[in-house]
Design a protein around this ligand. Structure first.
Ligand SMILES: [Cu+2]
Length: 636
């Protein structure tokens, strides 16, 4: 009976793996930085001296292998992914508070490190943010100590990928905390969500500028965590507890899609936590692991072992299974492509001694709720806004798109969650990928399919925008020639119009509409004496779309309706049908009894007039090229 009982339990609380010991040069050097590479392997590096010696961990085998060496100590660096899946690492550890000025790129495909130009000054504990155009914003970090008088690098910089150079944001100098919580927002700016309560945007263009957004509710959240759990929606949770201050169990959210974003309290965790990690899961819930409820920098007396998960749909927390180790300062957690959560590190253990290098893996409850959906086929890269068939034979209820993680010190500089829309297709589902690089900055993401029980597939790791950022909304041209349909001759003086403007054809019949924003338009050609014609034209960036119009000659019908005594009759219904190109015109007479058509096809027409209380009558008339045929009526 035991397996059944355990199964029922794990489907509610999830399950932790055994603790895995990872290699380390020193018991006090613990896994502190971890990223999920586009290859599906985890690259991690440890605290202090082992920042010189990164390793790989393979989720499939638990095997740890050595990674190539960056050449200097990258402990306490910032990290984010470039559009092509290479890891961009800023700063590092010379000593406590003393940051390296260097930045480097790790290529997971070639398995090599390349140093790029130095920054403006050292950075120890900086935050990297990948921008919509694939460049990287770096903020904060200290240049040097001592602890009592730290000197911060308060000048943000943008690493410009195309030119391999730095742009210094000299008009955005602002003192921030260490490892600030930064998120690329739907408006293309980068949102500072904490630790400080005065949250704001930085516009990283030009020399940069800051603008205030909102004050968060709890106040300082030192060593709390922050996570983008939906498009433009950010949660900040836990933290505080420095010195004699108490830690907090509170959480709050902000919706950056709102006209005036404001922080809003949501349900509190069961446990106060500081130095915990927050990880967004494929089902859109937020898992919180580790941390301490006790005041003080990294106090193991308050170690919290139980995981908790927040469901944004119900605004409720659920307490899950407990880990074996205290994961406080210098711990990390991240979502694996197999939908489990890897946690590791923690500088000290529950008795206050060195924790040692180890990790454990949490399997959330959704992995104990039945068979998993399977992705049978998927592309390795997609374009912005593309709809693509993802192969599966399973019934799918939800599709999630989560950026690969790069986490340290309780805050993941990369993870962001968004649901994707989809429709059923042949042999799978047609998934529409994000249209905006503000929503989904270029790089690698995990695509998960979930069934109606919330059970996720193993992810496919897919690149978006890797060949470069999406082109800005561009312009193109519409051009063509206007001719007479019966003679083939050029027609000058025709007006060609669309919703954004118009042009006139020249003596050769040619016209051109320039600076047309990309899109599809109804374009209409009109000329005196000819039937107007329209067609739908699609304009793409930097190209000329051809739209020729052959116009048929036309005439008009007009007249007046009067009584037998010569008084105008208004409001008479006039129906005109006929023509070589079958035409029907419905109109009414005006206050002077007049009616008329615009240019209509040549040929024979029947004009029928009717008005309540009067006798309906019809006449026949012929419409000639370029002429107006007059048809008057006397009505009884
Ligand atoms: Cu640290």
């Amino acid at each position: 009976m035991l397996p059944t009982v355990m199964c029922a339990q794990t489907s509610v609380t999830g399950q932790w793996s055994a603790v895995q010991t990872w290699p380390s040069t020193n018991a006090g050097w613990v896994p502190t930085h971890a990223v999920v590479l586009p290859t599906g392997k985890v690259l991690y590096y440890s605290s202090y001296g082992d920042g010189l010696n990164p390793h790989f961990w393979d989720p499939a085998t638990n095997a740890v292998t050595t990674a190539p060496l960056p050449g200097y100590n990258i402990f306490c660096s910032g990290h984010s992914f470039l559009a092509d899946g290479k890891l961009f690492v800023t700063g590092g550890h010379i000593d406590d508070y003393v940051g390296y000025i260097h930045a480097s790129i790790y290529d997971p495909f070639a398995n090599t490190w390349t140093q790029v130009p130095d920054m403006n000054a050292g950075r120890w504990y900086p935050t990297n943010t990948t921008l919509a155009n694939g460049d990287v914003l770096v903020v904060s970090g200290t240049i040097h100590g001592p602890a009592s008088a730290q000197v911060y690098n308060d000048t943000p910089q943008v690493y410009q990928r195309a030119s391999n150079s730095w742009r210094t944001l000299t008009s955005a100098v602002l003192h921030l905390q260490l490892y600030p919580f930064m998120f690329l927002a739907p408006n293309g700016k980068v949102f500072l969500a904490g630790w400080n309560p005065d949250t704001r945007y930085i516009d990283p263009s030009g020399t940069g500028s800051w603008s205030f957004v909102a004050t968060s509710i709890h106040g300082w959240r030192n060593y709390g965590s922050a996570v983008m759990y939906d498009v433009g929606k950010i949660m900040i949770v836990g933290g505080d507890g420095d010195g004699t201050r108490t830690t907090t169990n509170t959480a709050e959210v902000i919706d950056l899609n709102a006209a005036t974003p404001a922080w809003k309290s949501v349900a509190s965790m069961a446990n106060h936590r500081r130095q915990q990690n927050a990880t967004v899961l494929p089902d859109g819930t937020v898992l919180v692991t580790g941390g301490s409820s006790a005041s003080g920098f990294d106090n193991p007396s308050g170690a919290i072992y139980a995981a908790e998960v927040w469901n944004p749909a119900t605004n409720t927390w659920s307490t899950l299974a407990s880990a074996a180790k205290y994961r406080g300062y210098h711990s990390f957690a991240l979502l694996l492509p197999d939908a489990r959560v890897l946690t590791g590190g923690g500088q000290i253990n529950q008795t206050g001694a060195a924790n040692g290098a180890n990790a454990e893996v949490f399997s959330p409850p959704y992995l104990f709720k039945g068979a998993r959906p399977t992705i049978t086929s998927a592309p390795t890269s997609v374009n912005y806004g593309q709809t693509t068939l993802i192969g599966t034979s399973d019934s799918i209820a939800k599709v999630s798109w989560i950026r690969l993680s790069a986490v340290t010190h309780s805050y993941n500089q990369e993870q962001r969650f968004m649901p994707l829309s989809f429709t059923s297709g042949t042999g799978g589902i047609n998934v529409t990928f994000p249209a905006s690089a503000n929503i989904s900055p270029p790089g690698y993401y995990m695509l998960f399919l979930l069934n109606s029980a919330g059970v996720p597939s193993v992810a496919k790791i897919i690149n978006i925008g890797g060949s470069g950022p999406p082109p800005p909304p561009g312009t193109g041209k519409i051009a063509g020639k206007i001719t007479n349909i019966s003679t083939g001759g050029a027609l000058s003086g025709a007006t060609v119009s669309y919703s954004g403007g118009s042009a006139t054809s020249d003596a050769s019949g040619n016209y051109a509409l320039s600076n047309v924003a990309t899109g599809t338009y109804k374009v209409t050609a009109a000329r005196t004496g000819f039937l107007s014609r329209s067609s739908n034209v699609t304009v793409t960036s930097n190209t000329t779309s051809t739209a020729n119009f052959a116009l048929a000659t036309a005439g008009k019908i007009a007249g007046v309706v009067k009584t037998t005594t010569g008084a105008a009759i208004s409001g008479v219904t006039v129906k005109i049908t006929g023509g070589k190109v079958a035409t029907t015109v419905n109109t009414t007479t005006n206050s002077t009894g007049n009616y008329g058509t615009t240019w209509i096809s040549m040929g024979t027409y029947t004009i029928t007039i009717s008005k309540t209380g009067r006798t309906t009558q019809s006449k026949s008339a012929t419409v000639n090229t370029g002429a107006t045929t007059t048809v008057n009526f006397t009505m009884q």
